[in-house]
Design a protein around this ligand. Sequence first.
Ligand code: NAD
Length: 453
Amino acid sequence: MQLCVIGAGYVGLVTACCFAEMGNRVVCVERDPVRLARLARGDVPIYEPGLEALLRAHLASGQLSFSASMGEGVRNAAIAFIAVGTPTGEDGSADLSHVLAVADELGEALQQPCLVVDKSTVPVGTAERVGQRINRRLASRSMSFRVRIASNPEFLKEGSAVEDFMRPDRVILGCDDGQSTEQLRRLYAPFLRNHERVLCMGVRAAEFTKYAANAFLATRISFMNEMAGLCARLDVDIEDVRRGIGSDKRIGTHFIYAGCGYGGSCFPKDVRALIRSAELEGFEPGILRAVEARNALQKTLLFQSVREHFNGLLQGRIVAVWGLAFKPGTDDLREAPSLVLLDALLAAGAKVQACDPVACNGMQGRYAEALESGQLQLTESPYSATESADALVLVTEWKQFRQPDFARIRGLMRMPVIFDGRNIYDATELAGLGFLYRGIGRPLAGHCKASAA
Ligand SMILES: NC(=O)c1ccc[n+]([C@@H]2O[C@H](COP(=O)([O-])OP(=O)(O)OC[C@H]3O[C@@H](n4cnc5c(N)ncnc54)[C@H](O)[C@@H]3O)[C@@H](O)[C@H]2O)c1
């Protein structure tokens, strides 16, 4: 099939490469010239395992190409996917300016009928607006055809996006006409050969389902974070509680980890957008507000804990930070808990030595001044980050941070104190090695004696 994918970000680029892999001819339209030039060279501008190999293979096979021109992108396309960003707007709602701009460009560029599919996460009713906008332009150009519109929300996870797209748990097809459903079913059939997991519904239900899924996952996280806060006061280890409730099949083990809060390009903005949608309908979204408030608080916990440990005196202290990306497996720093911690540490006068396997490049803009002055240092090795440090804070649980050589770290640090923002370490083991250990919702373990180093 001839396809156009608009937007070459985490979702659009993965979508384009994976459809090309299944033998479709895909043109990906991207407006950022720097990104476009890199992609045309086979250079992936984001970190996503497996993506570069697909990109290079299909640039070479001719199944995939990139263009700045919408006209070129949709020439002969049977389906056009919109995969541009929908960040938080000023009032908390989803900012639809990119999506609507694409609709206008499509209305100007289309020369033949086409199914326009919204893959971006958008509030209920947006696909309808997009269709009306395109068709109005087509009418003003005296074109005799009109577009059909569908919603196909994306559920891939950064860090395993290619795998998720290739073997999806489910594909949601939101279509209000049978022809669109059949067209999309055919397109997705190769991804679903072993199990038929296509869920067909109306356009509005598909749009809502994406928000409900993200809001539900965010709710589980905030619920566990609230339980962790109470555990900390009752001398109970939230990790025991997690295992205890996770073994109940009705609850399950996913998304019940207490930690330093959720971030990323989806949960925070989608919870906010759903709250705003509810407000616009005069409906009180009490649970969603609590989820968001708990998360905002949770993101400040690590700093509060560090500050408390040093009796509020952080000037001149050296703090090692492990992990900057909002989760392991990605370079995405959007709304990452690490940023809240870094901002507060730097403002309090601490020196920060931070390490992340892939996300350091994204720090240049926001922290240019601190990097320039040396108050913030980025290190390639996790061990270098701990040199002479007064505390180590684990923020993102990358595999390389899971089982470090603690004896070596003990020798490198000035004060052997570990703040575990993801509860991945064994408190008893660390206490045995002479560390003071503080997790989230876990009893304090160990004593802190200054290292000989
Ligand atoms: N990132 C995720 O994990 C994820 C998962 C599921 C759904 N989503 C949703 O998918 C959508 C895209 O998210 P993302 O993370 O890929 O965004 P992104 O910011 O990484 O990428 C968006 C891309 O679209 C490009 N773009 C913007 N306007 C354009 C235009 N008029 N023409 C061509 N290109 C244009 C931008 O330059 C950018 O490269 C959002 O609605 C998001 O909520 C994201």
